[in-house]
Each structure stands twice: as structure tokens, then as C-alpha cells.
Write a protein that binds this ligand. Structure first.
Ligand code: CLF
Ligand code: SF4
Length: 487
């Protein structure tokens, strides 16, 4: 079986030869099927979008271009002045781009990152408020790369003014950040907004923002543009209220609801950071997401990207494509992206079949839920060493089958061939609630320390599909009614 690991570095001839050996002669053969409850046109829009499809995020990458620095509201969790290449969170960038510079960068990335499928504008300000630059950027880039999906993220205040143009430009994916539907709660999140040439404050500001967000969402739904709602979970301010938000956005046709944890640190210079407002723990976030099940469909694989992120979700290759590293003139070469898609079409079909079988097996035999953490670098396989992982993907395995429920970011434990005990302590803390870790390689020392903390770890399923490995691990290690309920 051809694995995604074998795709790097890209070797077009060997990729084509392997496809030919496998009997696959077209780019559609073996591609994963549309879910039975999804309209074909919707599936076409999401099947290669790493944010709108959890399955696609194993294979496809997004890039953001930071062309929209201006913003028309202030959120208490945002400080756009902050710039740190090691920091990954929305609103943060290393360099702001003109539309022409953005075109250069996107073409350079498309030539080198074959997984690239989506171009997003997610700030560092607001893509709809800074509309002239957002529009110019999209218009430039689709001339070179017509098959790239266009995506924007906005606070929603200026969104209703641009729905027609979004539809005309084939922007099929719009994210609105909606943190409240009650302006009294909004006043604790937004100190002011700037609307119709005037600054508005307090509850009045949040009332306007709320009305514009709901109008924008309704207009997107009416146009058939897929709307994703991002909500920042702020403990003590809007955590329980997000249940209400979920109902409102579901009623207005939101395609996905993505509840993200507040990132808050005094060093970021945000209002919340400076006033001690904490973010939720991983388990608090999961508990809220679990309460939202049955409402608007949830996204749980968000990585809270920077406004200049490049690569698969969970990796950021932005620094490789800073403007000063790029040639002045760069022409688009579709060869790597096309070859990658051929290989992925086959791999993905196999993966879906294996995953479906694994889920059926677990559903038929399991009666208790356990959390598993998986070290992966993409392709839907257990293919990352424990010591190299910068995040673990977390799956819940139990009577409902196998479900991706989130990720845990960690500091890389092994650097230069040595592991630091203090770092391992941090990894163990990040794995709160997890019973078992699957990875491609793990040494005896970290394995023993994990065991002492009540977490088993194994590299037995190295390079296998994640769901197949989880089903086997569950059966081998935890099968039977004596399993403790830890999820
Ligand atoms: Fe970017 Fe957002 Fe489009 Fe994705 S991100 S504009 S929908 S292409 Fe994705 Fe990043 Fe989460 Fe956003 S993981 S922060 S949800
Ligand atoms: Fe920052 Fe975005 Fe809020 Fe504007 S809408 S203040 S850019 S987080």
C-alpha cells in the first residue's frame, strides 16, 4: 500500500508508477464517497477543505495571506500588534502583504506544497472590513490557480455589505466569529465597534454586531455559501451561553460550529491576558462540545491558525515562504498538486473503507468510552514518533464508534536525540483524561513514565491507519466490560 509518508519528497514519476501498479488510472478512482446524508454540491465544496471536512484535514492544506490588517471592532482577546513566529493564534502575523505580494506567495506555496487546496483570508484584521484588499487578492490569484478554494473569516459586522460580491467571486466558505447572541454578554467581550462612520460602545455596540452577524449568516445561507461559525469559549463569560449560540446559528443554516478555547496570556497584551481571564482546560472544552452534540454540526479539529499560516492544519510552514525568500517573478506549475491529488484519491478511498470497518467493529463490541491520543503527521496514519510530536490527535473510542474529539498541543519532547523530563511532565499533563497513546516510535523511558502516570503507550501500530489501530488497541488492551469509564 502506498502511504502518504512516501509522498515526501514528491517524486512524480514514482507516484504515477505506483498508481499504475495499483490499477488506478483516473484521478477519481477510489476517491472517498460522499456521506449519504449530504447533497452532492455540498460534498464537492467540502471534500478537499481541511477545515470543513475532518477527513480532508488529514490530506489537504490551507494557507492564509495576511492582506487585511484593518479591523472594525475590538475583541478583548485580541492584540494585533503582537508578533512572534513561535506563537500560533488568530490575528498574529510576521509580515503583512499587498495583493500583489500575496499572489507571489500563493503561487510559490502552490508550487512547493502539493497538499494546498484552500486560500483563506483571516486577518490579521477583518477580511470584510478591509474588503478592497481581500477582493483584489482573490481576483489576482484565481487567474493563476483557478481550482483553489477561496475562504474568508470575518467578525460579521461588514459581511452583509459584501454577500453579492462573495457569491460572484465563488467564495464558497465564510467563517463568522460569533461569541454571543445576548448583547449583555457581548458587552463583556467587545468594548467597542466602528460602524457607519461612528464608534459604538457597550451593549449598544454588541446589539448592532449581533444583528449584523445574524443577517450575514442568513444571507450566506440563502446564497448557498457554506457558513462556519467560530466561537471563542471564555470561561465564566460565554461558556454556557454558547449552547444558546449553537441553537441560533443552527436555526439560520450554519454548516459547522467550531468552539475554540480562549488563548489568554499576559505576555500577549490583550485585555483578557492582562486582567487574568483564563482559557478553558482541554477537558472543559470537550465537556462543552459534548453538550453541543445534536445541535449544529461541530468542528473539533481547529488549530487556531495564525493569519499567515501555511500547510496542513497543525503544521505551520509560513516561515519557509517569507517574501524575502521568494523570487521576484514566479510562475504557477500545477504538476505537484495534480500528482498529489491522484495519489490521495486512491489512498483516501482505502482509508475510508478501513475506517468504516473499524468503526463498525468497535460499535458492535464496545460499551465503554476511552480517550486515545495519536501521534500523526498526516495521511490518516499513526506515523509520528512520540518524541517528535508537537500535538496529539485525540479520539474517543466506545459504543458510538470512533470519533475525533480534538487535539492537544505539546512541547516537542525529544530534541537532538535527548528527551527532557520536564518536557515530558508537560506532555503528560496535556494528555489529561487519555488512557492510551499510539505513535510510530517510543523509547522505554517515556513509556515507563507515561505508565506511571496511568497512560499506556505503544508503537505497535506504526504507519497503520489510525482508526484500524484504535480498534485493535481497544480490542487487545481494553476489550471487555471491566473497562473504566475515563472519558
Ligand atoms: Fe482559514 Fe478559516 Fe478558511 Fe480554514 S482556518 S479562513 S476556515 S482556510 Fe480552520 Fe484555522 Fe481553525 Fe480557521 S483550523 S482557525 S477553522
Ligand atoms: Fe482581532 Fe479579529 Fe476581533 Fe478584529 S475581529 S479585534 S482582528 S480578533
Amino acid at each position: 500500500m502506498l502511504s502518504l509518508d512516501q509522498l515526501q519528497p514528491i517524486d512524480l514519476e514514482s507516484m504515477r508508477a505506483k498508481l499504475s501498479d495499483s490499477g488506478c488510472s483516473s484521478s477519481s478512482c477510489g476517491s472517498s464517497d460522499k456521506p449519504s446524508d449530504m447533497a452532492p454540491d455540498v460534498w464537492e465544496k467540502i471534500k478537499d477543505h481541511p477545515c470543513y471536512s475532518e477527513e480532508a484535514h488529514h490530506y489537504f492544506a490551507r494557507m492564509h495571506v495576511a492582506v487585511a490588517p484593518a479591523c472594525n471592532i475590538q475583541c478583548n482577546y485580541c492584540n494585533r500588534k503582537y508578533d512572534c513566529a513561535n506563537e500560533s493564534r488568530p490575528g498574529v502575523v510576521s509580515e503583512k502583504l499587498t495583493p500583489g505580494q500575496a499572489r507571489r506567495k500563493v503561487v510559490a506555496v502552490a508550487n512547493e506544497v502539493p497538499q494546498l487546496s484552500v486560500l483563506g483570508i483571516a486577518g490579521p484584521g477583518d477580511a470584510c472590513y478591509d474588503w478592497r484588499k481581500s477582493k483584489a487578492t482573490f481576483s489576482e490569484i484565481v487567474k493563476d490557480i483557478p481550482d483553489i478554494k477561496l475562504c474568508i473569516s470575518t467578525n460579521g459586522l461588514a459581511l452583509p455589505d459584501h454577500i453579492d460580491e462573495l457569491a460572484e467571486m465563488n467564495v464558497d466558505h465564510v467563517t463568522i466569529t460569533i461569541n454571543m447572541v445576548d448583547p449583555e454578554i457581548g458587552a463583556k467581550i467587545y468594548p467597542w465597534i466602528y460602524y457607519r462612520n461612528k464608534r459604538w460602545f457597550g451593549v449598544e455596540a454588541s446589539q448592532i454586531l449581533h444583528e449584523r452577524q445574524m443577517l450575514g449568516l442568513e444571507l450566506l445561507t440563502a446564497r448557498g455559501i457554506l457558513a462556519k461559525i467560530n466561537s471563542v469559549m471564555i470561561p465564566g463569560i460565554n461558556d454556557e451561553h454558547l449552547i444558546e449560540v449553537n441553537k441560533w446559528v443552527k436555526a439560520r443554516g450554519a454548516f459547522l460550529h467550531n468552539v475554540m478555547p480562549l488563548i489568554s496570556d499576559p505576555a500577549h497584551g490583550t485585555h483578557y491576558g492582562l486582567t487574568g481571564q483564563r482559557g478553558p482546560t482541554a477537558m472543559e472544552l470537550k465537556a462543552l462540545q459534548d453538550k453541543l452534540e445534536g445541535g449544529a454540526k461541530l468542528m473539533r479539529h481547529c488549530r487556531q491558525c495564525r493569519a499567515d499560516a501555511v500547510g496542513l492544519l497543525g503544521e505551520d510552514r509560513g516561515q519557509e515562504f517569507n517574501l524575502d525568500l521568494l523570487p521576484e517573478e514566479v510562475a504557477y506549475d500545477p504538476a505537484k498538486r495534480e500528482a498529489y491529488r491522484e495519489v490521495v484519491a486512491k489512498e483516501r478511498g482505502d482509508h475510508v473503507a478501513a475506517k468504516t470497518a473499524a468503526i463498525q467493529e468497535v460499535k458492535a463490541s464496545a460499551d465503554q468510552s476511552l480517550l486515545f491520543a495519536v501521534a500523526t503527521k498526516g495521511g490518516g496514519r499513526v506515523n509520528e514518533h512520540f518524541g517528535h510530536a508537537r500535538e496529539f490527535q485525540v479520539y474517543e473510542v466506545g459504543a458510538k464508534g470512533i470519533a475525533f474529539v480534538g487535539h492537544r498541543k505539546v512541547e516537542q519532547y525529544c530534541l537532538g536525540g535527548f528527551g527532557e523530563d520536564a518536557t515530558l511532565d508537560g506532555v503528560i499533563a496535556a494528555l489529561e483524561g487519555v488512557s492510551f497513546v499510539l505513535c510510530a516510535k517510543i523509547g522505554d523511558c517515556p513509556k515507563d513514565m507515561l505508565k506511571a502516570a496511568g497512560v499506556e503507550a505503544s508503537d505497535k501500530w506504526a504507519f497503520e491507519y489510525i482508526e484500524t489501530s484504535l480498534a485493535e488497541a481497544y480490542r487487545e488492551r481494553f476489550g471487555g466490560a471491566e473497562i473504566a469509564l475515563t472519558a
